[in-house]
Design a protein around this ligand. Sequence first.
Ligand code: ADP
Length: 245
Amino acid sequence: MSAQLFLDGVHRSFDGFKAINNLTLSVDKGDLRAVIGPNGAGKTTMMDIITGKTRPDGGEVLWNMSTDLTRLDEAAVANLGIGRKFQKPTVFETHSVEDNIRLALKAPRGVFATLFHRSDKAEEARVTALLDQIRLTHLRTEDAANLSHGQKQWLEIGMLLAQEPDLLLVDEPAAGMTDAETMETAELLKSIAGQRTVIVVEHDMDFVRALDCRVTVLHQGSVLAEGSLDHVSARDDVIEVYLGR
Ligand code: ADP
């Protein structure tokens, strides 16, 4: 199978410091992939490069083995169907849960519009299905402001799903969540993968274990190890990087 996303020898320095150093990474369509690594490993910079927020100094980021994302700006990358969920939840607090989803359904990819329109039946079916998938059906008329931190994260994931991304990039979704929310989030992301590709950057190893997916370990801007969590966490070089031994 050919890669949907292929980072080929990507470099990016900041003031002479190599944040991304010959990074090569391949992710197939429908994969769920966890990217882990100590602070400063280059995870955020990698996400910034994929989404067109940061331009690399060298290398290519190929989408479906044809389009080089490094030549596009953020809006153009979003428009290709690449959605990004930042760590902090961003929802419309003074609108209900279901109206947040409706807004996302109407917005161009990468932008959440602020205008309400009358909804039609097909749209309502989508709203209902999405609310079910993100486990917020029972709170659909609640103001988003009244949701827990974890529920706000799910709502924002729902808003991104409303935009039908082919690839969803998720930055530390479990940060600040309760244990129960963390496990539910893992189930949610697993339910999204298959139909869409999902790349998750995460620190919480219990969460990564629950994702039960291929793991890429970044270190000093390149891939140190890749495989199951059991495989990578048994490697001496990975243990050394994490424990600083
Ligand atoms: P991670 O997300 O894995 O913690 P980052 O991608 O944030 O790692 O950072 C990788 C390295 O690049 C860090 O040493 C960081 O200080 C540096 N870095 C990232 N962005 C910038 C920037 N805009 N200016 C200077 N240094 C940066």
